[in-house]
Design a protein around this ligand. Structure first.
Ligand SMILES: [Zn+2]
Length: 132
């Protein structure tokens, strides 16, 4: 897990930037690109709850906005409060299927717990552009 120490540190730091006045549940994410850069994202809520953007989507959309694509992404982390590992919601899984390679490591962290997975494990039999 040591290889993900810096990634997780950045993800936990991103939690501080969460805008979560409704849930008070702060989530942080970080995408590491293959050029060695770390890109943070946090959950951004809205009074119209459905418009809330999750941390992992915030981070990934930012990375794509900078011009990176899935081949440029080394790994990502998603971390939250409490003692239960948080996993991406259904909407985020659909986004991750499109924007990450199937085997890109996704590191989930909460407190002492860390789990390394990928979108293939999190969302088998996903609907993709192959289905169009
Ligand atoms: Zn989500």
């Amino acid at each position: 897990m040591e290889k993900y120490t810096e990634l997780l540190k950045n993800a936990y730091e991103a939690m501080d930037n969460a805008y979560a006045p409704y849930s008070n549940f702060h989530v942080g994410a970080c995408v590491k690109t293959k050029d060695g850069k770390y890109h943070k994202g946090a959950n951004i809520e809205n009074a119209s709850y459905g418009l809330t953007n999750c941390a992992e989507r915030s981070a990934l959309f930012h990375v794509y906005s900078l011009g990176y694509r899935q081949d440029d992404i080394e790994c990502m982390a998603i971390v939250g409060q409490g003692n239960t590992l948080i996993t991406p919601c259904g909407a985020c899984r659909q986004v991750l299927v499109e924007l990450l390679k199937r085997d890109t490591p996704i590191v989930l962290g909460t407190g002492e717990k860390v789990l390394v997975t990928n979108i293939e494990e999190l969302m088998p039999m996903a609907f993709t552009s192959d289905d169009l």
